[in-house]
Design a protein around this ligand. Structure first.
Ligand code: HEC
Ligand code: HEC
Ligand code: HEC
Ligand code: HEC
Ligand code: HEC
Ligand code: HEC
Ligand code: HEC
Ligand code: HEC
Ligand code: HEC
Ligand code: HEC
Length: 360
């Protein structure tokens, strides 16, 4: 349930200002009330007497300050902001109503103590834009939509929607948003995020995947293959490897290369090794399909074919094997089971003094 103060507040308390104005005033207001500024006021305005125990200079100071506040409020009214903030909206979007918006009060966005939250400034209209026309229209039964609508049926361009979120969220986490594949494909923040929910689905490993699968359907099939990361059990999610906002990295990965992303959890594969296997140091995805595979260990192909993609048929065993050879060599060490790995078991690199050929 939302706190009672959202429903009954004198309008002056609802003066909602743009960020810089608001912050300046938030800082000044307590000192105005305490009269700390009276020294400053006296310095600027000559003291000529007292009214009701207050120095005239201080009185003038307070009046000027109040006028500034009022004019800010008037500007916002002129821009079409409703006079009572959330209280203008809640009669129609309150608890239990068809388009209820009250779940937002359970989230960080509704904090009134955090000076950066939408509810510390223009409240609902921080995101949905000036709402008086919608309020007045709806009260008269007319279909006047709000300025900014989010969600799949929205007619507001994705860029306009996103700019509202980015006004507050261009911190380190989203520096790479501009120019990322999602941004250039006109994906809106609200196609993944839910604002009117106690818990946004992106923070739940399973619900997050469902969101991604809506648009990346092939990844669902991958996640169900015999070998895959433990996505389907909710022990991991896409965001363990991807940062959907960060276009600075290829494939929106968490780290700048595929390998660095894998090392986050498979640090032992980073080495250093006395005998490196070149493709391992270069790119894990040369051999592995990180989203899932029907070959063991997320391999792209089954050995020996995997190895034979790169190892030429010259010299020792890495000749391509034909069906004939397979037939009469059921015990062929080069083919069966772990194939090349029967002997070259240290495929990620070896630290054995004589492990040059990755045997040990
Ligand atoms: C007099 C009643 C009333 C008031 C007051 C009101 N709304 Fe609405 N609003 C509605 C109705 C009815 C709808 C549903 C329109 C529909 O289903 O097409 C709606 C829809 C919306 C939508 C969704 C639009 C969509 O198409 O999905 C948003 C967002 C919205 N209102 C925001 C606000 C905000 C913000 C305020 C306060 C500034 C507000 N409303 C005040 C009646 C009202
Ligand atoms: C931080 C930005 C933000 C704030 C603040 C915000 N909204 Fe929304 N609103 C959204 C987004 C994004 C959606 C799209 C649906 C979703 O994400 O849940 C939405 C959807 C809606 C809808 C449509 C819901 C539906 O079922 O189709 C209504 C109505 C609405 N908001 C009203 C309000 C009201 C009233 C307030 C103030 C109490 C408010 N919003 C505050 C961002 C915001
Ligand atoms: C007026 C500023 C403002 C606007 C506009 C705004 N946010 Fe926020 N948002 C915040 C603040 C403040 C927090 C809390 C940050 C914290 O505590 O780390 C927050 C938190 C979040 C979180 C994390 C929630 C959590 O539970 O950790 C998400 C996700 C988010 N916002 C998405 C959005 C999206 C999407 C939009 C646009 C529809 C949006 N925000 C618009 C200020 C804003
Ligand atoms: C493709 C889906 C997707 C889109 C589009 C998206 N996000 Fe996110 N967002 C996520 C996921 C997933 C997480 C959770 C990451 C995690 O678990 O660490 C997240 C986390 C966040 C957080 C909280 C964690 C943090 O990094 O501070 C904020 C704030 C946020 N997103 C804002 C935005 C804004 C603003 C936009 C639009 C410019 C946006 N997101 C677009 C998927 C998305
Ligand atoms: C173990 C880490 C990991 C996880 C978990 C992961 N990815 Fe990826 N993803 C990668 C890597 C690495 C690449 C780039 C190289 C490649 O495709 O082999 C990539 C590429 C992609 C691409 C672009 C290339 C393409 O094939 O279309 C998409 C889209 C994608 N991932 C979506 C997802 C989704 C959706 C999820 C969650 C269901 C997910 N990923 C989970 C590591 C991961
Ligand atoms: C609303 C649709 C939509 C949703 C939801 C969505 N994506 Fe995407 N994603 C796209 C589009 C469109 C592209 C552009 C590239 C393409 O596939 O052609 C893309 C591209 C990507 C890429 C490839 C980036 C590159 O550089 O090649 C990755 C990785 C990715 N998305 C991950 C995710 C993850 C993780 C989620 C869930 C948190 C997610 N996406 C949710 C639509 C979506
Ligand atoms: C967030 C941690 C995390 C990241 C990042 C990660 N993995 Fe994993 N990986 C796991 C876990 C957990 C398992 C164990 C799965 C199990 O035992 O079922 C695993 C297992 C594997 C396996 C063995 C699968 C099997 O069936 O035996 C391979 C191969 C693998 N990961 C490759 C990669 C590659 C390649 C990357 C980088 C693209 C990567 N991983 C990134 C956590 C991670
Ligand atoms: C040259 C191909 C190749 C490359 C490149 C490669 N791997 Fe592997 N990987 C394999 C093979 C083959 C197996 C199966 C090993 C087995 O069955 O003993 C495997 C198994 C694994 C396993 C599961 C078994 C284990 O040893 O823990 C993990 C995890 C793994 N690889 C991670 C990685 C990571 C991380 C990278 C990148 C740093 C990488 N691999 C690069 C071929 C490769
Ligand atoms: C993406 C290409 C690629 C794949 C796939 C690959 N390798 Fe390699 N491998 C190389 C390269 C490049 C070298 C370094 C050759 C050099 O230094 O002359 C190498 C070196 C080796 C060496 C050491 C040879 C020497 O002379 O030092 C062995 C053994 C080896 N690979 C076995 C395997 C096995 C077994 C597999 C399959 C699990 C495999 N390779 C898959 C590219 C690959
Ligand atoms: C029966 C064990 C065995 C199997 C199975 C095996 N190898 Fe080898 N491989 C060796 C030995 C032993 C050497 C070292 C030969 C030497 O030092 O002259 C070697 C050397 C190599 C070299 C280095 C070649 C060179 O000229 O120095 C490569 C590359 C290689 N193997 C790849 C493979 C591939 C690919 C497969 C699977 C098709 C495979 N091996 C299967 C035992 C094996």
């Amino acid at each position: 349930m939302y706190p009672a103060q959202y429903l009954s507040r004198p309008w002056l308390v609802h003066i909602r200002l743009d960020l810089s104005f608001r912050q300046a005033i938030a800082r000044l207001w307590p000192s105005v009330q305490l009269g700390i500024q009276s020294h400053l006021a006296r310095a600027i305005i000559p003291d000529t007497g007292e009214i009701c125990g207050l120095a005239i200079s201080e009185l003038i100071y307070r009046i000027v300050f109040l006028l500034v506040l009022l004019s800010c409020a008037a500007t916002l009214r002129a821009e079409g902001y409703s006079p009572q903030g959330a209280d203008s909206c809640l009669p129609c979007h309150g608890k239990g109503m068809p388009k209820s918006a009250t779940a937002i009060f359970l989230t960080k966005h509704a904090s009134r103590t955090d000076p950066d939250s939408p509810f510390a400034s223009l409240q609902c209209e921080t995101c949905h834009g000036p709402g008086e026309a919608h309020v007045n229209g709806r009260q008269r039964g007319k279909n006047v939509p709000p300025k900014v609508i989010f969600g799949p049926k929205s007619t507001t361009p994705a860029q306009v929607q996103n700019q509202i979120c980015l006004d507050c969220h261009t911190d380190h986490g989203r520096l790479g948003w501009m120019g990322s594949r999602h941004e250039t494909a006109d994906i809106s923040c609200a196609s993944c995020h839910q604002i009117h929910r106690e818990r946004d689905r992106v923070f739940d490993p399973l619900a997050q995947q469902e969101t991604c699968f809506n648009c990346h359907a092939k990844r669902r099939t991958d996640a169900l293959k015999t070998s895959s990361h433990p996505l389907r059990f909710g022990n991991m999610s896409c965001s363990n490897c991807h940062d959907p906002h960060n276009g600075n990295n290829d494939f929106l990965l968490l780290r700048s290369t595929v390998n660095e992303t894998c090392y986050l959890c498979h640090a032992e594969k980073q080495g250093p090794f006395l005998w490196e296997h070149a493709p391992v140091a270069e790119d894990c995805s040369l051999c592995h399909q990180p989203h899932g595979s029907n070959h063991a260990a997320l391999l792209k192909r089954r050995p020996p074919l995997l190895c034979q993609q790169c190892h030429s048929p010259q010299g020792h065993p890495s000749t391509a094997f034909t069906a004939e050879e397979i037939e009469d060599s059921f015990s062929n060490r080069f083919l069966l089971g772990r194939a090349c790995l029967n002997c070259h078991s240290q495929v990620h690199g070896s630290n054995h003094p004589s492990g040059a050929t990755l045997h040990r």
